[in-house]
Design a binder for this molecule. Structure first.
Ligand code: ADP
Ligand code: MG
Length: 566
């Protein structure tokens, strides 16, 4: 089949690979960037997430590389390990018939593996600035044969404090090399970098509005801070997203929220900067293959990740500004698909919402939170739909035998109701027809929650999910009876519904933790605890490192390692 990609005059090896990837036509950024790069120009390209920037530079790189020479001919710098791996994989797919060796190089992976790849003759190196710099210092990577350099997500790299490394790396490349700079935004610092290192670059811009936004339905719900979790689960139950990314402000919030969602029976997992690379990749793989439908993430952890087909982006915490908002919602409505962008806004955050709306030139649509009754009705309908499907496709014979045996004791209606109840309870969601829990009708307040304290915390590796699992099992209560779980260094505060507090203390006071146990007791005075709305200011933010401004002056190995970890 002839596609417009052929009109770009690419090698047959490359069009074959592109056909296999299922790309039908070049995206707007690709239409402009590929010919410019193939004609030898430097380019500065601005386009939002999800518009196909990777192929826009990977295709020209594959055109340029001479696989018969065993030298590094192209270098791509990317802000995070995930992104480096992703760009390397995408480049590899595009160049799969070109006999080009692509090597990702990033912090956190053993040097040995990367050294082997470099010695074996990598043609394209895709790396994070920190690790690329380390290889240059060790003399294991020479850039004097490089003909093409790409800065991908340049704005992010500068935000993360990589400017010095980037300049040192660029200084190592030969003057005659070609260069491309891709960025979602074009602050003056990026323009300065372009002026310094590029030869009369062509500027290519693809507007946000033109690309992403119109296809994405953008709404917000106003909710109190304390009611947010219930608001979220109600929205999830109503919308039943095929796949959603839920953005939180801090790492600990992301981890806690994912545990809460798991405890309430949702397929959710978190990805944040405290997790090892291997673990993050496992979570991402589960999300990509739809084994989990909800990915709870911080901005930094999610940055630039290629996660196709996200039906919903949910801002559990409102982003800091319009740029962050556009970045986040760029994960849905990609490449011409429809998407939903949902933002939860507390009354105090309404002003921030107005600022964001002004900057994106668009008003978000205010919606009423679903009521408990709405959710219950919806859950019943979808449960019945599932059951109908199962019945229509025929139940397995062993189940029939069980039913037949029970029919000697109970009526078919009784058996069915019992089975439905069991199946329903197994989902971990509130029982059908149960009175709305106080929280869900928006009446939850401190008086209805009881605060317990566990004599173990972060130092012993306590995780909210472990506590919920152990306590819920021993006390025989659902995950929805838990409120906020606040893990401190040597203690953990656990909020539970007051109605189940004594049951927990009777039956589940000994909590099994990784490597030992902890003890739950009633916590003292609530007033000892900072109000939850104040916590925002106290928790370390996962966002742009606080060191951003300090960074230039006091860049240490350690702070760099921490950055690379995100
Ligand atoms: P960006 O770097 O701009 O955020 P990516 O390069 O990660 O975007 O691409 C986003 C998604 O779009 C990827 O899944 C990629 O495979 C897909 N994609 C890229 N180019 C095309 C195209 N021409 N047609 C269809 N899908 C494409
Ligand atoms: Mg990209």
């Amino acid at each position: 089949m002839k596609t417009p990609f052929h009109e770009l005059g690419l090698k047959p090896e490359i069009t074959k690979a592109i056909d296999a990837l299922g790309f039908e036509e070049p995206s707007p950024i690709q239409k402009q960037a590929i010919p410019a790069l193939m004609n030898g120009f430097d380019i500065v390209a601005q386009a939002p997430t999800g518009t196909g920037k990777t192929a826009a530079f990977a295709i020209p790189i594959m055109e340029l590389i001479d696989p018969t020479k065993r030298t590094v001919q192209a270098l791509v710098l990317a802000p995070t390990r995930e992104l480096a791996v992703q760009v390397a994989e995408a480049s590899h797919s595009i160049g799969r018939h070109c006999r080009v060796n692509v090597l990702p190089v990033y912090g956190g992976q053993a040097y040995e593996h990367q050294l082997r790849g470099l010695r074996a003759g990598a043609h394209l190196v895709v790396g994070t600035p920190g690790r690329v710099m380390d290889h240059i210092r060790r003399g294991t990577l020479q850039l004097d044969t490089v003909r093409f350099v790409v800065l991908d997500e340049a704005d992010e790299m500068l935000d993360m404090g990589f400017i010095d490394d980037i300049q040192l790396i660029l200084d190592q490349t030969p003057p005659g090399r070609q260069m491309a700079l891709f960025s979602a935004t074009m602050p003056p610092r990026i323009q300065a970098l372009a002026r310094r290192y590029m030869k009369s670059p062509q500027t290519i811009a693809v507007a946000h509005e033109a690309q992403d936004v119109p296809l994405t339905h953008q709404v917000y719900y106003e909710t109190q801070q304390r009611g947010k979790r219930d608001a979220l689960t109600n929205i999830l139950d109503m919308q039943e997203p095929h796949s959603a990314i839920i953005f939180c402000r801090t790492r600990s919030e992301a981890a806690d929220l994912a545990s809460m969602l798991q405890a309430r029976g949702y397929g959710a997992d978190a990805i944040h900067g405290d997790m090892s690379q291997a673990l993050r990749e496992r979570v991402l793989a589960k999300f990509r293959t739809n084994k989990i439908t909800l990915l709870v993430a911080t901005d930094v952890a999610a940055r630039g990740l290629d996660i196709p087909d996200v039906s919903h982006v949910i801002n559990f915490d409102i982003p800091d500004d319009a740029d962050a908002y556009v970045h986040r919602i760029g994960r849905t409505g990609r490449m011409g698909r429809k998407g939903e962008a949902i933002t939860l806004v507390t009354p105090r955050e309404l002003r921030l919402l107005r600022v964001i709306e002004k900057d994106i030139h668009k008003k978000l649509k205010p919606l009423q939170l679903p009521t408990y009754e709405d959710v219950a009705a919806r859950r019943t309908t979808s449960f019945m739909e599932e059951l109908r499907k199962t019945l229509r496709s025929g139940t397995g014979e062993p189940y029939g035998l069980v039913a037949a045996e029970l029919a000697q004791e109970f009526s078919p209606l009784q058996i069915a109701a019992g089975a439905i109840q069991l199946a329903y309870e197994a989902t971990g969601r509130p029982a059908l027809g149960a009175a709305p829990p106080a929280a869900e009708s928006g009446r939850m307040n401190q008086a209805e929650m009881t605060r317990l304290v566990l004599d173990a915390g972060r130092r012993r590796g306590v995780r909210p999910g472990d506590i919920i699992k152990s306590v819920a099992k021993d006390a025989g209560i659902p995950g929805s009876d838990f409120g906020n779980i606040d893990v401190q260094d040597d203690a953990t505060f656990v909020e539970v519904r007051s109605t189940v507090a004594s049951k927990i203390l009777e039956r589940a006071a000994i909590v099994s933790l990784r490597g030992g146990e902890g003890h739950l007791t009633l916590a003292r005075q609530k007033s000892a605890r900072p109000a939850s709305s104040d916590r925002r200011g106290q928790k370390p933010r996962d966002e742009k490192p606080a060191a951003q401004s300090k960074f230039k002056k006091s860049k240490t190995k350690k702070s760099k390692a921490q950055k690379a970890k995100r």
